[in-house]
Design a protein around this ligand. Structure first.
Ligand code: ATP
Ligand code: MG
Length: 296
C-alpha cells in the first residue's frame, strides 16, 4: 500500500469530511497487515540502533488526535522493542503556570532530543492551534494587547507561521519531522468511550472532560483541517491516518516510520583504517589477560 495517499505536504488541500476513517475502504487484509507491522517493527528497531550510533540526524514524531483515537496504544506498539536509551516520549498536557508564563514553544524546546534520538510527542505545540483555538483560550492569556487584541483568525495565522518557521528551523538543524493525525470517526469515539465506561479495567481512561470535548467535535475537525492545511510542508509533512481500526493505524504508522528511517538510511560509524589495524593487537592483549572466558 502506498502511504502517499495519507500524506499532506502542502501540495494538496485536506478536506477531513471527505476522508474515510475506516480500514474497510482500503485494500488491505488484516492478517497480512499484522505480519507486516511486526516486520516493520523489527526493521525500525535495527535502523534506530544505527541512527543512535551515527548520531547525525534526529527524528521527531508527533501524534495528534481526538480522544480515544489510539495515540497511546499506537505509540506503545509501534515503538515496542526500540532501545529506550534512544527514544524520548513526552505527553503534552495542559500547560503549567510556568509554561504559560513563556512563549508557547518554550516547553517544546526542552524536549527536542539530541541528534541520533527519536522524540515522540503525544500531543504537541499543535495543541496551541487546536484546543486553544476551539476554546478561544488565547483571550485569557496574560500578554500585551498587541499580541492578543486581534481577530482570532489573525492570531492563529501568526501561530501557523511561527510553527512553520520553527519546523524549518528544526529541519535546518538536522531533524526530520513526521506528524500524524489519527483520524477517528465520531461514532467510533462513542463506541470506545462506552467500552471505557463498561469495562472496569478501562474506567480510569475515561474522564468527564472527554465528554465535554466531544461536544466540540465539529470545531475540532475544522481546527485540525486548518492546522494541517497551514503547516503541511515537504520537510514536515502531515499524515492523516484512518483510526477506526487500531491494527490498521499501527500498520500504516509503522510503515511510514520505517520508510522515513529508510530515507535517512543511518549507518554504523566506520572506524579509521589505523584503528582497524590495531584490532588484532587489542584482541591478543585481552586474551593474554587472566580471568574471564570467551564464552561468557
Ligand atoms: P488520554 O488518551 O489518556 O486521554 P490525553 O492526551 O487526552 O490522553 P489528557 O490528560 O486526557 O491526556 O488531556 C490532556 C489535555 O491537555 C487535552 O485535553 C489537551 O487538549 C490539553 N492540552 C494540551 N496542550 C494544551 C495547551 N497548550 N493548552 C491548553 N490545553 C492543552
Ligand atoms: Mg484525554
Amino acid at each position: 500500500m502506498n502511504t502517499d495517499i495519507f500524506k499532506y505536504d502542502g501540495q494538496r488541500k485536506l478536506s477531513l469530511g471527505r476522508l474515510s476513517t475506516d480500514s474497510r475502504n482500503f485494500d488491505v487484509v488484516k492478517n497480512e497487515a499484522l505480519k507486516m507491522t511486526a516486520e516493520y517493527q523489527e526493521k525500525i528497531e535495527i535502523m534506530q540502533e544505527k541512527l543512535y550510533a551515527e548520531a547525525k540526524e534526529g527524528l521527531i514524531i508527533i501524534f495528534q488526535a481526538m480522544d480515544a483515537a489510539g495515540k497511546d496504544s499506537t505509540i506503545k506498539h509501534v515503538m515496542s522493542g526500540i532501545n529506550p536509551q534512544g527514544v524520548d516520549v513526552t505527553s503534552f498536557k495542559q500547560p503549567s503556570h510556568e509554561e504559560l508564563a513563556h512563549d508557547f514553544l518554550w516547553r517544546i524546546e526542552q524536549h527536542i532530543p539530541r541528534r541520533g534520538h527519536i522524540a515522540i510527542m503525544n500531543r504537541s505545540y499543535y495543541e496551541d492551534v487546536l484546543v486553544v483555538k476551539v476554546h478561544d483560550l488565547q483571550k485569557g492569556y496574560k500578554m500585551p494587547r498587541r499580541c492578543i487584541d486581534m481577530p482570532a483568525s489573525d492570531f492563529f495565522h501568526k501561530r501557523y507561521k511561527h510553527i512553520k518557521n520553527y519546523e524549518e528551523y528544526l529541519n535546518d538543524n538536522g531533524y526530520r519531522l513526521l506528524k500524524f493525525f489519527l483520524n477517528i470517526s465520531f461514532f467510533k469515539q462513542k463506541e470506545r468511550f462506552l467500552q471505557r465506561i463498561d469495562t472496569p479495567d478501562k474506567n480510569w481512561k475515561f474522564s468527564e472532560a472527554d465528554l465535554k470535548e466531544r461536544k466540540f467535535w465539529n470545531e475540532y475537525q475544522d481546527a485540525y483541517e486548518s492546522a494541517v492545511n497551514h503547516t503541511a510542508t515537504v520537510s514536515a509533512p502531515w499524515y492523516v491516518v484512518p483510526a477506526d481500526q487500531k491494527w490498521f493505524t499501527r500498520y500504516i504508522v509503522s510503515k511510514i516510520i520505517f520508510e522515513e528511517l529508510s530515507r535517512i538510511d543511518p549507518q554504523y560509524p566506520e572506524i579509521s583504517e589505523a584503528e582497524r589495524q590495531k584490532l588484532p593487537e587489542y584482541r591478543k592483549e585481552l586474551l593474554r589477560q587472566s580471568g574471564g572466558s570467551l564464552s561468557s
